[in-house]
Design a protein around this ligand. Sequence first.
Ligand code: VGL
Ligand code: ZN
Length: 208
Amino acid sequence: MKPSNDVLLVIDVQNDFMPGGALAVPRGDEVLPVVNRLAEGFSHVVLTQDWHPRDHVSFAANHAGASPFGTITLPYGEQVLWPVHCVQDTRGAALHSDLVAPHARLVIRKGYRREIDSYSAFVEADRVARTGLAGYLREQGVQRVWCCGLATDYCVAWSALDAQAAGFEAAVIEDASRAIDLNGSLERAWQALSKAGVRRASSRDVLA
Ligand code: VGL
Ligand code: ZN
């Protein structure tokens, strides 16, 4: 069993990111058995939930003439436009019912401000607003952050990069994550992770 200074950060294992969901990640459901196995091996588990208001700036439907997977420029930079997903308090935003982590200590919700998206569990897309997760983890004596879930190239990667930048040792558990892979985003994510010194791990190594 991993001690409490290792945290398993389970990103956005929510209905809307599953096959058939509003923003389906290909084979996203395949992370469930792997994440469940990992969660059994960690005493400290934290979950995240993408949690948008219906009028969220990241939804293509809220911009006249825009289509999902296009981009716009916002005050904080380029923003990908997504299908409406993970609207607060809807079924799509709920954690998948086959996720088994009864001992998870904290659920961080993110992307709840209408005007700012947040892929990262630590810092919102304006790169200024903080979720409070780094402070919580520091206060709990956490040193290593093992990231997994959905999607590898967006919320998992951004969370791992910010964990590392916040002074934790971060890793992405590849087989416990699945990607959207939009215009080469997965390859770019692995490059950024590698450059930042984030470890690329497999669940077998983590549990060994
Ligand atoms: C995500 C796009 C938009 C993710 C969330 O969980 O990776 N991607 N919102
Ligand atoms: Zn989102």
